[in-house]
Design a protein around this ligand. Structure first.
Ligand code: ACO
Ligand code: OAA
Length: 378
């Protein structure tokens, strides 16, 4: 036992994993050996899920069978949809609504009672969770606007089907491909905070719905996945202020604010995902004649590098990319969850295969040897 205190578990090695590797000094990310740049360019989200869950990129037949098995699970039980509608009517936070709905899905899962050590049952449950999240999120978003949910389609990819269910309109090729790429980029990232939550829950041999529910709650925070929404709110604030982005950021830093989308526990350089999303944000802005979001972003990026030595993380350029795709700002973080579900499930399954209960300790700094006072003496 060591008494060295590592706040935030920084740099502490707690497990071995075949899933993803991050080189924080070189700005490199790989999923099971494949560079994120290659996967973003060539792989669909379905291929990446297969890679993470089954250890290899599928051949064409396997990909078809895997895609069909995901498509078959897109519909959500009526009771869950009704609850989602109630949460929408109550104007619940979208991440909180997703957390509740995913948790509720376990009541309707045919494998709900199978033990966590049953890998195949956990995979089936994980597949259902991953397939249903887009349906839940699209329904929630529509219902709070007073619109009816749109039934999933079987002939569209995971990414295109979500945009279709969100807008009741089939997305064009650029939108579908951009969204698919965003899902690929967010699918896994080592032992980040939400994945660690998922694993901590899994390490008690609890079920995969509980792991994903824990993880959604963890991703929601502004220091983690919640930052993508904050970035867009910042860019809009800059825009509405009519100030130069540099002046705006300078004031924010002087006020002691953190600039969302910058800094990272592992990357000391620009996040490779931010590079890819930045290019896409620029392309979308040029195509739509709205280059200002990308321009604000690059100015802020330069300023943060010069003044703070901090580089953008994945959340910085996903924000303007989603904005230019017409996606509502407060569902950016649930979209992150939609993708990361694949990584959470992969890690939970991998961890349980060589399980050890996660249970660190804290150094006690409170008082000792107090005399217990009677109620009327306090
Ligand atoms: C998908 C993701 O989760 S990516 C991360 C998304 N989160 C964000 O973008 C939120 C903004 N970023 C941050 O708050 C942090 O950079 C984190 C939480 C991501 C990483 O934090 P840590 O590794 O714990 O670094 P820590 O918080 O100790 O910061 C180190 C120093 O950089 C500063 N710093 C870090 N990020 C920022 C930022 N975004 N804006 C301003 N200053 C920052 C801190 O103030 C600190 O300075 P100090 O030593 O003078 O006090
Ligand atoms: O790895 C982290 O700490 C945060 C992150 O970038 C992610 O989860 O994608």
């Amino acid at each position: 036992m060591t008494d060295e205190l590592r706040k935030g578990l920084e740099g502490v090695l707690v497990a071995e994993s075949d899933l993803s590797q991050i080189d924080g000094d070189e700005g490199r990310l790989i999923y099971r050996g494949y560079a994120i740049e290659d996967l973003a360019r060539h792989a669909s989200y379905e291929e990446v899920i297969h890679l993470l869950w089954h250890g290899e990129l599928p051949d064409a037949d396997r990909l078809d069978a895997f895609t069909d098995s995901m498509v078959a699970e897109r519909s959500v039980d009526e009771d869950v949809l009704e609850t989602v509608g109630q949460l929408a009517a109550a104007d619940e936070n979208p991440m909180a609504a997703l957390r509740t709905a995913v948790s509720m899905c376990s009541a309707y899962d045919p494998d709900a009672d199978e033990p966590a050590t049953d890998r195949e049952a956990t995979l089936r449950k994980g597949r259902r969770i991953t397939a249903k999240i887009p349906t839940i999120l699209a329904a929630f978003t529509r219902m709070r606007d007073g619109d009816d949910p749109v039934e999933p389609r079987e002939d569209l990819s995971h990414a295109a089907n979500f945009l279709y269910m969100l807008n009741d309109e089939e997305p064009d090729e650029v939108l579908a491909e951009t969204f698919d790429m965003a899902l690929v980029l967010h699918a896994d990232h080592g032992f980040n905070a939400s994945t660690f939550s998922a694993i901590t829950t899994a390490s008690t041999l609890s079920d995969i719905h509980s792991s994903v529910t824990s993880a959604i709650g963890t991703l929601k925070g502004p220091l983690h996945g919640g930052a993508n929404q904050d970035v867009m709110e910042m860019l809009k604030e800059v825009d509405e202020s009519d100030r130069d982005p540099l002046g705006w950021v300078e004031t924010a830093l002087e006020d002691g604010r953190r600039i969302s989308g910058f800094g990272h526990r592992v990357y000391n350089v620009k996040d490779p995902r931010a590079k890819i999303l930045g290019e896409r944000s620029q392309e979308l802005g040029e195509a739509a004649g709205t280059p200002k979001w990308y321009e604000y972003s690059t100015k802020i990026e330069q300023f943060m590098a010069d003044e703070k030595g901090l580089a953008p993380n994945v959340d910085f350029y996903s924000a303007s990319t989603y904005y230019q795709m017409g996606i509502p700002v407060d569902i950016y973080t649930p979209i992150f969850a939609m993708s990361r579900a694949a990584g959470w499930i992969a890690h939970a399954i991998e961890y349980v295969e060589d399980n050890r209960l996660i249970r660190p300790r804290a150094r006690y700094t409170g008082p000792e040897d107090l005399d217990y006072p009677d109620l009327d003496e306090r």
